[in-house]
Design a protein around this ligand. Sequence first.
Ligand code: SF4
Length: 483
Amino acid sequence: MKSSNPQVMVQAYRLLIRQMEDEFGICYPLHLGVTEAGDGEDGRIKSAIGIGTLLEDGIGDTIRVSLTEDPEFEIPVCKDLVKRYTRRDDAGSLTPHANGGPKNSAVHPIGAPTAEIPPIGHIPYSPFEYRRRVSRTLPGIGGQHVPVVMADFMQAGHIERGDLRAIGYSYDAGSDKWNIGDAAADFIYTGKKAIGFDLPGTLRPVCDHSAWLELDDQEKYIPLYQGTEYDRAGERSDTLNFIALDAADDESADLAESLKDDATIVLCIYTTHPIAMLSVRRLVMELFVRDVRCPIILAVESKDASIDEQLIHFSTEAGALLLDGMGDGVWLMNDPKKIVNTRVSGRTYLETKNNHQFLNNTSFSILQATRTRISRTEYISCPSCGRTLFDLQETTAKIRAVTHHLKGVKIAIMGCIVNGPGEMADADFGYVGSGPGKITLYRGKEVVKRGVDSAIAVEELILLLKDSGAWIDPVASPLVQAD
Ligand code: SF4
């Protein structure tokens, strides 16, 4: 079973199991992989979302992470993926946090969490097709809005204009305007702090309710409440109120149901349960059943020691829910002081100057890989093998360098004409090796140019993109006046 699209891959395996059980009453062991996942952060994230979602479901007996990189870079990613389930077995009775949850997190439990995830008799959505959960449309979130990204600045001592560069906003002092990138966060959580300068209009600050009460310009900020704190709050926002809910708490579903007619509420769902994704998915299923349509932000915290493990953790736990249509946004959080390395191992493409940038990149990459929010070019490339007759890694990097600004365009770079065309079925354009020093170019499934000399094939690909109306010249992002 192969697909380069994690969503197709996950649904195909689930359907295969259903079919095997219907036809034979048994299920053969299954090998999992996202084929032609590409390289760099994207290749790892796509693999983790596809493989990790199925492993979370209890599906899969062997795995392979297929990267367009040297093979030794694949094994550590595999190990990080399966390690999560070794720990899960070791967890035994799965005792949740005895002290009531993460101390560095913006979200805290509202009661004693339960260890057991309650069974559900009927799954209230189809795990075999993508359909986004219906949510209420609120300002900038929910309904038809693309899933949002929340940047977590709770632990920052103070926030300067220059800090926002890591989350997609560059300030131009000369014009007093903001330059906004394609991967610019939508909300910024500040904890108890206010921001001492005007933000661009596309970035909304969220702060703790206690801090919000002290603000002179309350209308610019969104208050965040911890669970039942909302009920007790005398003063609230008229437009948007964010409520943090612990999926491991028995009372969270009742609380959400009691607020379902309140058209100002966004639920920020986290969990203190050790089996995090299943715990959150169980609560969201309960919200389906109770017809609670408040938008949901998936708040995922990683305590893993390395940035590589964190990448797998975030991709699996947020990605699995997004693939099932759950979530109107993501809010990734960690404690940078506890991370041993600052860059993802192997080939990397995304600038990672600090932890905020890592979390922002990862959020947008997860949304891209789940096809829920497209912010950049998508690459599909094979790992190469004995059939590859050109330097695939070098060519992939070269093509990325000249096409990375083509937001939404899917480009395949495949080593051979034998398997390449079939496995790049999802791509808009294909660059496929067809003999020593020769390349065939595709538009979708149609061959456009055969036997192109590899010395000029990248330029020919650009010409094809231009002829097809898919090319734009790289330009600086527009400048936007501060609010
Ligand atoms: S060269 Fe061909 S067979 Fe080999 S990995 Fe790439 S697409 Fe698959």
